[in-house]
Design a protein around this ligand. Structure first.
Ligand code: PHE
Length: 336
């Protein structure tokens, strides 16, 4: 403590105010009070002793200063006491609840996801349930059980994404599925007829990307098996489906075709803007396929179809380049 009472008073005030401001709770503040203003041993008491030693001329000045310092310190202490007593929630800046909120951008589902959800909805109304199948498949489900023999051109390694997996037997190699027809087999292997399912998802083929090709795209597979399932029912279901998605006025037509797992087989076209667009393949499940999963072709028949998801969505929205779906350009995605 300085021997000059005025300097000592200023030091006292500076330190006392700093200590008061630094107190974070009532107990801490009380300790500060005792230390600086305590009646018995507080530092102000020591200063009072100093006061007795100043010359009579100086006494009024020092006395006045003493009183002022004490008062300011006491006020600061009271103010801080009140502050610490306030409930916590009242602290912080005032919040105006009448201000308009800040809008924040909401994401949307990808157009293909939206399309597939709509497909599931439509098919659900026709009584088809949705099942999933793996994208990494074995040759058994992608080809053999679908009646696609070893020498069939569709099995060319250059036309498929075969995977090399350590420790996997060479008799049943794995691959990225090239069609969702794999799910027909998986379902029939595990369930007894009657069956009415759809399965939607990605398929992979090593095509060079252009406006109508992509090495990955989406299909919806449909399968209905039961005692009297007919080609007429297939056509009805596909007509109703196309009308539900593209509009009441569309009609469909069948063109004779060939798939190893259906007999007869057809390509399916839908009328569109004065012409026809191909939407996929379909047919009656080949008796060989039914037999391979343990069904009796004398007792049950079935139809199956595989439709291109992108194709439908492109037609409905007038998109002319398939690649737009996979580029994630926000300006494109915002339209949906
Ligand atoms: N899986 C066939 C394809 O991808 C389509 C298809 C499905 C054909 C079901 C007939 C029956 O080309």
């Amino acid at each position: 403590m300085s021997s000059d009472p005025l300097i000592a008073l200023r030091e006292f005030e500076t330190e006392a105010l700093a200590a008061i401001a630094a107190a974070t709770n009532a107990e801490g503040l009380e300790a500060v009070r005792v230390k600086f203003l305590g009646r018995k041993q507080g530092r102000l008491k020591d200063l009072q002793a100093l006061l007795g030693k100043v010359s009579p001329e100086q006494r009024p000045i020092v006395g006045k200063q003493f009183n002022e310092v004490r008062e300011r310190t006491e006020q600061a202490l009271e103010a801080r006491q009140a502050d610490l007593a306030k409930p916590k929630a009242a602290a912080g800046p005032a919040f105006d609840v009448t201000l308009p909120g800040e809008p924040f951008p909401l994401g949307k589902k990808h157009p293909l996801t939206q399309t597939m959800e709509e497909f599931k909805d439509i098919m659900g109304r026709f009584g088809f349930t949705v099942v999933d199948g793996p994208e990494v498949e074995d040759e058994h489900h992608n080809f053999i059980a679908l009646n696609i023999p070893g020498d069939h051109p569709a099995r060319d390694p250059l036309d498929n994404f075969y995977l090399s997996v350590a420790g996997r037997s060479a008799d049943n190699p794995v691959m990225l599925r090239s069609q969702t027809s794999t799910v027909q087999i998986r379902v029939m292997e595990q369930t007894k007829p009657p069956i009415r399912i759809v399965s939607l998802g990605r398929v992979y083929r090593p095509d060079n990307p252009d406006a109508t090709h992509s090495p990955m795209f989406h299909q919806m597979e449909g399968l209905m098996v039961g005692p009297d399932v007919t080609m007429a029912q297939l056509k009805t279901v596909l007509s109703l489906f196309a009308a539900a998605y593209l509009g009441e006025n569309v009609t469909i037509r069948f063109r004779p075709s060939f798939f190893p797992f259906t007999e007869p087989s057809v390509e399916v076209d839908v009328s569109w803007k004065g012409g026809w667009m191909e939407i996929g393949g379909a047919g009656m499940v080949d008796p060989n396929v039914l037999r391979a999963v343990g069904y009796d072709p004398e007792e049950v028949t079935g139809f199956a179809f595989g439709l291109g998801v992108e194709r439908f969505c492109m037609r409905r929205y007038g998109i002319d380049d398939l690649r737009a779906f996979y580029q994630n350009d926000i300006r494109f995605l915002r339209q949906f």
